[in-house]
Design a protein around this ligand. Structure first.
Ligand code: PNW
Length: 484
């Protein structure tokens, strides 16, 4: 952040989508209520409590019971959009369509109706990491049959909710699902298979997305008129110098991170650099074919052009320098070795309490520009952005409030100064929640929740007031200082 950085005094466009985002497992609780089946987060936090700070989402923010209050909070903020996810195992307890659960369906029907009553459009994620355990036991994302399981689930969702939901996200952050869930094994189902299972997971997930997109296009779009996409997260990767090698190393990281999923859904295949590097490393390691699966021509065709708009979750950035080809360790290939660069966050970047998370507002502008250029000027919605602290800070204007102000100012620069087609912004999150491997030790809510109180009372943080002001005035500074 340059010392002379001035926050924009222009207003965001009138039709801008403003919202907050959440995920079912992180806020709902009611883990076994009214016929819900178990998902991998239920099962694995119970089996391995030490992997999530000895905490779990059994009750968490109790949104399952307090959803009406949460809709009121959203209306109070003045937002016109709410991004949430449907828990697959709440509507289909076994994961299969032969098991639909009326209690779970009613919960989402009621939520959607209440949102629409307040003129808040639902933006619905189908999978935010909570795969039904029954499907995980059959191999989960490593079993190509997931493509058909997901297709059945997606059809069920379009049939059940598609008259009211016009914006669908198939998967949230597949890189986290596959790299953290099946690669390095720090998110449920905690499977360790770096350099192999991560790519197999991503491959099956991508084809599942493509098939669900085509089904919507062929069977539902005509009557329901909605849109389908995927949410992909990425850091911005800044070259450590202006040498061609460092610039190339930064681009390689973007392509292995955002491009891993965004290239196939736009262009029908993985980025060339991913195909080349993984094939090259696989060969050096003694494999007789690449660890990265390849798409058939038919799959490429299914996948090409399956994002009706682009989504990105933006939190932070990294610097990247080129390094010599990393040493070969045949027994443990990894995605990091496949990337083969040095990515790091300099000590003098502003820290948060999370080790991977430095405050880098200008990175948001650069990442939006990169997506704009790389994917031919798509519509883009920022589907998550938010600030980590330990959850105790109510007067958070200098930390979370400032983070929102600076990131939004940079995103607005991307929109107005650079011509990026940015149409919406979802703050993570409305309320405090269960933050996966960190349990409740890290929080991002605009509303604080006292997790020791059975009532789970919501208390506005100062950032909630600031976000309300931004949403209602479309201005990041005092209203009378803003111009259109
Ligand atoms: C997002 N990274 O995950 C998720 O979509 C949310 O569910 C989560 O609660 C939120 O971030 C808050 O942190 C991420 O390592 C996990 O760069 C890891 C990274 C980024 C996003």
């Amino acid at each position: 952040l340059a010392d002379d950085y001035a926050v924009s005094t222009r207003r965001f466009p009138k039709n801008f989508k403003w919202g907050t985002a959440s995920a079912a497992y992180q806020v709902e609780g009611g883990w076994n209520a009214d016929g819900k089946g178990e998902n991998v987060w239920d099962t694995y936090t119970h089996l391995y409590p030490e992997k999530s700070n000895y905490q779990n989402g059994d009750v968490t923010s109790d949104h399952y019971n307090k959803w009406q209050e949460d809709v009121d909070l959203l209306a109070g903020l003045g937002v016109n959009t709410y991004r949430f996810s449907i828990a697959w195992s709440r509507v289909l307890p076994t994961g299969f369509v032969n098991s639909s659960n009326p209690g779970g369906i009613a919960f989402y029907k009621n939520l959607i109706a209440a949102l629409k009553e307040k003129n808040i459009e639902p933006l619905v994620t189908m999978h935010h990491w909570d795969l039904p355990t029954n499907l995980e036991n059959l191999g989960g994302f490593l079993n190509p049959a997931i493509q058909e399981w997901f297709l059945d689930y997606a059809r069920f969702l379009f049939e059940t909710f598609g008259d009211d939901v016009k914006n669908w996200v198939t998967f949230n952050e597949p890189k986290q699902t596959c790299e953290q869930g099946y690669g390095i094994g720090i998110l449920a189902p905690y499977i360790v298979g770096p350099g192999v299972k991560n790519y197999q997971c991503g491959h099956n997930l991508l084809i599942a997305h493509g098939k669900a997109y085509r089904m919507y296009e062929n069977e539902f779009k005509g009557k329901q008129g909605g849109r389908v996409t995927m949410v992909v997260d990425s850091n911005w990767f800044e070259p450590a110098s202006d040498s061609a090698d460092d610039i190339g190393a930064a681009e390689t990281n973007l392509l292995f991170t955002y491009g891993w999923f965004a290239h196939p859904i736009n262009f029908g295949d993985y980025p060339d650099i991913m195909k080349q590097r993984i094939a090259y490393r696989s060969k050096l390691e003694g494999f007789n074919k690449s660890r990265l699966p390849s798409f058939t021509e038919k799959e490429k065709e299914i996948l090409r052009g399956t994002a009706d708009f682009m989504c990105v979750n933006i939190y932070t950035s990294s610097m990247v320098s080129a390094i010599p080809e990393p040493e070969i360790i045949p027994l443990s290939p990894t995605r990091d070795l496949d990337i083969g660069t040095n990515a790091y966050q300099p000590d003098d970047w502003e820290a948060t309490i999370t080790d991977w998370f430095k405050v880098v507002p200008w990175g948001a502008r650069k990442l939006l520009n990169w997506i704009d250029v790389t994917y031919n000027h798509p519509e883009i919605i920022v589907t998550e952005n938010g600030y980590h602290d330990n959850g105790t800070v109510i007067h958070d204007l200098d930390t979370r409030g400032r983070y929102y102000k600076l990131y939004l100012s940079n995103m607005q620069d991307a929109l107005y100064k650079d011509g990026v087609n940015l149409t919406g912004y979802m703050a993570w999150a409305l309320t405090d929640d269960f933050e996966w491997q960190y349990g409740y030790s890290i929080q991002l809510g605009l509303y604080q929740i006292d997790f020791t109180d059975p009532d789970r009372p919501r208390t506005p943080k100062d950032s909630a007031g600031y976000y309300r002001q931004v949403v209602t005035t479309r201005c990041l500074v005092d209203d009378d200082q803003c111009t259109d």
